[in-house]
Design a protein around this ligand. Structure first.
Ligand code: NAP
Length: 252
């Protein structure tokens, strides 16, 4: 796969899966825009790890709808056009129904949907508008295994990712005439900060037993699927959801 002369914007790319994806695109020749929300120190560390010179940081909070417009405008003003958009930024909040009060419950649903679904739909809107002006592009949205198998301790997370899948497939149909192709990657547990903070040692032990690989995914294994869906030969795979979960949850 070759991304030479391609301009790639990745949300939530200062660490974890987004960072591994930024590194992988840069290794294949792309110019990468690293979006992050707050941790500038971490984002700057990521920037210097990328191969090549044409990469840049974009600090915007994609859960704010005005920031999604400003982010895409800023990116296009700098690079001239947007070829690949990866909607990776996501959050995960515990809200076990038999443990939390109603305020916690409603806040968890609202905050989760703002980042995991509305931010993605808004980024798809502005990203697609930019791509329509230049003849097309690729969008890859990061979902989760939780969309399919349920998330009992964070149901809003599972629901937001299931909605992201449905939205992505609807947009794959709507945007194909514009030569804009949309893919989804649904990782299982992956060795990132999100997984580290959300797992108790007992849960970690359990989940290692779930996969016949007896390990979690590495961020670069998720990045590999993202690059495939963003590559030129993958146009006819638009609307696809690729599982990267080590055969821990096999759906028919
Ligand atoms: N890790 C897993 O086990 C796993 C499994 C399945 C799916 N996923 C999905 O994969 C994606 C990445 O997960 P991860 O584990 O790599 O996450 P992570 O390590 O927690 O990193 C999250 C990244 O998103 C950024 N971010 C969060 N909210 C943002 C916002 N509103 N605007 C802009 N940037 C924002 C963070 O930047 P700041 O630090 O500056 O806030 C950070 O760069 C998520 O969509 C997640 O749901 C992860």
């Amino acid at each position: 796969m070759n991304f030479k002369n391609k301009n790639v914007l990745i949300t939530g790319a200062s660490r974890g899966i987004g960072k591994a994806t930024a590194i992988a695109f840069a290794e294949k020749g792309a110019s990468v825009g690293i979006n992050y929300r707050s941790n500038t120190e971490e984002a700057e560390k990521t920037l210097v790890e990328l191969t090549g010179e044409e990469h840049r940081l974009f600090q915007y909070d994609v859960s704010k709808k005005e920031d999604t417009k400003a982010l895409v405008e800023d990116f296009v003003a700098h690079y001239g056009q947007l070829d690949v958009l990866v909607n990776n930024a996501g959050i995960s909040i515990f809200h076990k129904i038999d443990e939390v009060d109603f305020d916690h419950w409603t806040n968890a649903w609202e905050d989760t949907f703002k980042t995991n679904l509305f931010a993605v739909s808004n980024m798809c809107y502005w990203g697609a508008k930019a791509m329509m002006k230049t003849g097309g592009g690729n969008i890859v949205n990061i979902s989760s295994r939780g969309a399919f198998r349920g998330e009992p301790t964070k149901p809003a997370y599972g629901a937001s990712k299931a909605a992201l899948n449905a939205m992505s497939q609807s947009l794959a149909k709507a945007l194909a005439p514009h030569k804009i192709y949309i893919g989804v990657v649904a990782p299982g547990f992956t060795e990132t900060e999100m997984a580290a903070v959300t797992l108790t040692p007992a849960e970690r032990e359990n989940l290692l037993r779930e996969s016949p690989f007896k390990r979690m995914a590495q961020p670069k294994e998720v990045a590999h699927a993202v690059l495939f869906l963003a590559s030129e030969g993958a146009a006819y795979s638009s609307g696809t959801i690729i599982d990267v979960n080590g055969a821990s949850y096999l759906r028919s």
